[in-house]
Every structure is written in C-alpha cells, then in structure tokens.
Design a protein around this ligand. Sequence first.
Ligand code: ASP
Ligand code: MG
Length: 437
Amino acid sequence: MSLPVSMGRLTAESAVSRAFLVKTRGRIMALIVKKFGGSSVATTEKILNVAKRVLGEKKPGDKIVMVVSAMGDTTDDLIALAEGITKNPYQYTREMDMLLTTGEQQSIALLAMAFKTLGHPAVSLTGPMAGMKTNSVHTKGRIVDITPDRVHEELDKGNIVVVAGFQGADAFGNPVTLGRGGSDTSAVALAGALKADTCEIYTDVDGVYSADPRIVKGARKMKEITYHEMLEMARLGAGVMQPRSVEMGEYFHIPIHVRSTFTTTPGTIIREDYTMEDKDFVIRGVAHDEKVAKIAVLGIPNTPGIAHEIFSALADANIDVDMIVQSIRNIEKNVTDMVFTVAASDLAEAKKVVDGVADKLNAVAVLIEEDVAKVSIVGAGMLGNPGTASRMFGALSKVGINIDIISTSEISISCLVKGSQLKEAVNAIHDEFFPNK
Ligand code: ASP
Ligand code: MG
C-alpha cells in the first residue's frame, strides 16, 4: 500500500483508537463526516436541501462535520477566468491555488448560513482553519498533517462544522489545492484525523456498481467493496472516487459510504473486508478505460538494456506506461517488438519521446493505434479461482472480440481490445460473471 508521506503523528493517533464514540444515557453518539460534491451544492436551492437533509437525519448528540466542494462547475469557471489572463495559467501554480480555493470558500459560507437559517448553529472553516497541512506542491498538493483542534472545539460548542474541501495550507501559510476531485481526499483524511465513525461521500451516483450502469443495463450496485478492490477499479477506469481518498480510508481504517445526494437509499461501503454481503461472486466488477493509446516499436535489437532505454526515456518525460508486451519477431536475427499503452492524453508527448529513442535504436517503425480500450475485471476472489482468466477470455471470444494485449495484477486482469468494441466487451464479460438472476 502506498502511504501518505510524513503522517507519522496521525499514524500514532489512529493506531490508538479509530472510533470516536461517546456513550451517554445508553445512546451511542457518532461523529460523522459528510462530503457533498459540486453537483450536490450547485445552487442555493440545492445547498438549502443539503442542510435540510442533514438536519432531518441527524440524531440528537451526533457530531457532524461537512466537507464541501465548490458549487457546480465553479472550479472550471475559475480556471476559464484565469485563461482570460494567460493561455497557460498553470505556470503560476500558487496564484491558481489562491484563485481555486475561493470556490470552496463560497460554498462553505453559504452552507453554514443555510444551517443557521434552518435553526441549527454552524460555522464554516477553510481547509487551513480546519488544520489541513499540505506540502508546497501547488495545484497537486498532498496532505502531510492534520491538526483539527479547531474542528473539535467548534463541535464541542454544538456547531455543525462546514469545512472547505480540496484545500490546505503549506508550512508558509500558502493556499494549496489537492488536485481535481480532491474534496474526497479532504473528507476522508479529516475523518481519519478526527477519528470519525464513518465518512459519507454524497454524490450524483448512488453507489459503486459492478460495471458502468450507463453501459451495462444489468449492472449491480454493490453493498460493500474493499479498499483494495476500489483502488484497483479506480486505477482501471472507474471514476467514482479520487483514488487517493480510498488510500486515505485504508490508512485510517475509515469506512467510506458512497451514496446519493438525491435519494436516501443506502449506497456502497468501502471498507477493509466484507461484513454482510455474500462472497459468491468471483469478481467485484468490470472496469473500463477508453482513454488509452497503443504504441508499438517494431524491429529493435533483442539485447540487454533496450527496454530500459525506451522506458527510462518515457519515465524522464513523466509518462506512465501501462500494459507492456515484448515479443520475438525474428529469433534468428534476434529482433524484437515492444508494444505498450499510455494514457491518451500522454500520447503526443510519448510519441515524440519514443520516436527519438527509436531513431537511436534503428527501429523499423513506430506505430500508433488510438482506437483501443482497456477492459478489466477486478476482485480479490480471483486469487483462489484459477479459471477466472479463461472465463474472461472465453466471454470475449464468444462475441468474436479479439484481445490485443493482456495484463494482470494480483486482483485484476485487463485486456486491450478495439475501442469500437468496448461496449460489447464490457457487457459480454459482465454477463459471464454476473448472470441475470
Ligand atoms: N472543486 C474541486 C474540483 O472541481 C474539488 C472537488 O470537486 O472535489 O476538482
Ligand atoms: Mg468540483
């Protein structure tokens, strides 16, 4: 597991106790962190609805911390505003953070007012006021420590505490944002530091599904999924949560409840292990990623150091490489091909880098394919089920879909297929593992 850097102080605390339970007159009171995303607070009407809902569901004595994102598309609008000044505002990352943090500052003020208007005491706190300490990497900051003393104080005064997501401050007091979608991470990390009982992420989908419900009609909402499986789903293309927030949940052992802002049905709980759901299914879900591209470097010498040459050049350019296949094209002549995938957004840059290396290596050709997509199955259950890969491949072959590259991890198997066949591929695999009842 990759751990947040330098969180030593939090580790010690969270090891001692992770539940913040106060027993009074036989009733257990809870500390709950509730995060509402931008679409949930897009208008003042929606903000009022959020406040009404939270007050309606709040049990007496419960301590509530709200973490909110900027209203609707505010963050995008702020970026567009900066683009009115300069084509590339991200060259001024500190000023971008100064600008972007205002988005969340609007929504916390309005939400705190909404609670007050409805008759409940509340107070808004910016990320820094809530004790969110980050490194100094502007626009892609990481939380390094959280000292939520002020949050505790305000809770003890009976307030609902409304905290700005997506932001903290570095050691010099500069505002730092946590990367797009960072409010999830703020919420889970704060829940960890406060030793909250649970962290609820309210969003416009009502949970984590066994496949994208927009593509697969029979996709099932999962009651539970483990941190590892959720991280793997996210890595392989499922966009429900910022992956870092799931890492935080695991680190702090905070169960994360992903649920809908607009309905009260229970969503999906991301936690260490399953508690109630049967473990009948070998896999938890089918993830897909259309935003990939394939690069093939053909006819290069099959000698030590060649792979290093290609991939270190890509690493130097900060380009992540995903699936890699090296195949023998001509044993006698000792010539090989190297095929791999990158994120579609990195393709142009990757091509430039690879062309340079290919020239040096006297490669026969560099081929690019953009009509590719990755379909993956994820599930810890596949470890003890040797037939899982063959079932996946069988499902694809039944519908005549060719597999271009295969890669595996401990709890996932991925196939690269034609982009135009992705939808069919996802459905075929889903039908195989989640047959209609
Ligand atoms: N407002 C920020 C964004 O749009 C953070 C978030 O929504 O989580 O990326
Ligand atoms: Mg947002």
